[in-house]
Ligand binder design. Sequence first.
Ligand code: AMP
Length: 192
Amino acid sequence: MNILILLGMPGAGKTTQSLLIKDRLNYAHLSTGDIIREEIENATELGIKYKDLIAMGEFVSDKIIMEFIENRLKAGSDLPGFIFDGFPRTLEQAKLFDGLAEKMDLMPLQIIALFVTEGEAVNRLLKRSETSGRKDDNRETIGKRIEIFYERTDPVIEYYADSGRLNITDGMLPVDAVFSHVLSITSADSFI
Ligand code: AMP
């Protein structure tokens, strides 16, 4: 099973590219944000606990996120691959996932960072807020989420870069061009 990790700040285009890859390669789209929103919608114990924190852009604990990931991977072991959208988001998650991937024989991982400017990310998210219905898509929380990205998720990008596993894509390009690049990276490594 192949694992494609898409990294980048909120608004970089991770979900857009995930859905395109899902269509093309038949991988499962695993968005930790979607899983959390579902928990909130279903008012599970976890959803109730995290509702207000998520609305403010705060993170769910690494332990809970790792459980989500492990459970979904085990349930989908017959799939050709998974696209991770929004995971790993902390250095701890990245390190824990390296251990899990080793254990589950998922190495090597495919890792791509989508880079956009902060201004572009904010504009995209504000535009999305008109239709997304997401409580965290408002100007104040968008700023906070980007701040948290630099503080907690940038180190994940550095971690993968330092271990020579990071591919970089210019997320400012049109969607199709980004997709071609993402696809060429994923296909290059004996994927399909
Ligand atoms: P997203 O849909 O990826 O923008 O995620 C929405 C929100 O869910 C984030 O702002 C975080 O509060 C939370 N979240 C999503 N993925 C993670 C993760 N891997 N670790 C911790 N919190 C997460």
